[in-house]
Design a protein around this ligand. Structure first.
Ligand code: DQA
Length: 141
């Protein structure tokens, strides 16, 4: 099975960015471990700070892959275009966040994309992504 992980804006700085909120691990480190943990999964990873490139990537794989795990960063709270892109594709998308967005500022409590995703995982650090993979592998093996 093929799973794409997408990270949106500012998530290229994981490990350096506000470590008290997002932790000390780089995504690349975590990603290497994830591939070892799930040898049966063919992973792809994409990060961009540009909204249109995130949309292009959703379109590119969104009729081929079995699952997409998407941390849209701050676009989560603002982007109708990303919500539309998720609605347009047939691959199921899980919304993930490292931090517990509901324990943070009120502006982060709203997600424009959540209703077009199959579910949301928030607050488990890097393990939020792992939980998403567990969902897809459990339901497709
Ligand atoms: C985030 C939460 C968002 O509110 C924030 O803008 C991010 C990261 C998270 O993973 O916790 O960039 O998506």
């Amino acid at each position: 099975m093929k799973i794409l992980i997408i990270n949106g804006p500012n998530l290229n700085l994981l490990g350096k960015r506000e470590p008290e909120i997002y932790g000390n691990t780089t995504f690349e480190n975590f990603y290497e471990q994830l591939k070892i943990q799930f040898p049966g999964v063919e992973f792809d990873y994409f990060q961009s700070n540009v909204e249109g490139l995130l949309i292009n990537k959703l379109h590119e794989v969104g009729f081929m892959f079995q699952g997409i795990i998407f941390n849209a960063g701050a676009y989560t709270h603002t982007s109708l275009a990303l919500a539309d892109a998720i609605a347009a594709i047939s691959t199921p998308v899980i919304e993930v966040h490292l931090s517990n967005v509901y324990a943070r500022e009120e502006i982060r409590h709203n997600s424009t994309i959540a209703s077009n995703c199959i579910g949301s995982i928030s607050g488990f650090g890097m393990r939020s992504y792992e939980l998403g993979v567990l969902y897809f592998t459990g339901f497709h093996n």
